[in-house]
Write a protein that binds this ligand. Sequence first.
Ligand SMILES: *Cc1c(COP(=O)(O)O)cnc(C)c1O
Length: 370
Amino acid sequence: MVKFMDLPAQYQSIRREMDAAIREIVESAAFIGGAKVAEFEEAFAAYQGAAHAVGVGNGTDAIEIALESLALPPGSEVVVPANSFIATSEAVTRAGHQVVFCDCEPETYTLSLEALEASVTAKTRAIIPVHLYGHPCDMDGILKMARKHDLRVIEDSAQAHGAEYRGQRVGRFGELSTFSFYPGKNLGAYGDAGAILTDDAELAERCRRIANHGRTAKYDHDMEGRNSRLDGLQAAVLSVKLRHLDRWTELRRAAAAEYHQALADLPLRLPREADWARHVYHLYVVRTAARDELRAHLKEEGIETGIHYPISLPRLEAYRGRVPAGISPVADRFAGELLSLPMGEHITPDLVARVANSVRSYPALGASAS
Ligand SMILES: *Cc1c(COP(=O)(O)O)cnc(C)c1O
């Protein structure tokens, strides 16, 4: 069997270090706030190259809080990609704004600049580009458009810890950038966790206050906020894992290179890395019209796969009647063709060979290869 991801194996590989870190939190009862949270925030901001990090409860809250900190006029339109997880659009609605979906481009599956330009109206106030699957968006193009139309930019970096755009890590191209540490992400906690990065001290302070009941001191609330904090246990787990992240990313990139070689001759569209990008392969996503058949075949062969995402956001029931039909033809079609192969630091060359052999033994693909 080839697992889609293998978090138990990852834990075993760092067990002593992790157990000590967890024990320290439990023994000191530093469950909420405290030195370990501040330590992780500082380490993570430095890792991504941002001035400030605010730990929050999860990656969805991170987007919502980042949006709230911008204090856009109520009902503003916020553009998000059609091909993403619902968290990106959900946060817009929950922050009191109007979601506008933008189609993706066929090379990296991130948002299309042409579609973005077409989606901007007089009410548009912000864009949330998603560095999807671990591949950065074309940030120069997005920032240029943002300047032209006076739009704020929040990067949804939930899948892109350590990814680089033109030699710089994502997370400081937008005014704010949000991260998820959901367990399956490249840097994952042992539960829910997230963070907001920014170079703007004032925005950082506002996010911190929103995430912590609007308080400045313990019972001094000059506004209402909410409860969405990074907890001490998760911060300790994340600090341990952050020390291994670069090595794990290298292993993901090596696995991607192996896949690339092993699958190159097959009629599958393989992931591409733009020449200005450093992809961190949160997911290794291939594309084929025979997606469902290939997936069933791989399942029979004991190979786990995923689909990211099976329904484009505008086509979800949640948005029926709320967004125009047919606004994302590319994302709508790709939703039936994308297949995520097993990926993670557990994917050795041997496992890539097993997956590749199984893909090849699917008649429709193997036959046209030779
Ligand atoms: C995972 C994810 C989120 C949400 O993060 P949670 O921590 O699960 O709330 C947001 N955006 C994208 C693109 C994601 O992949």
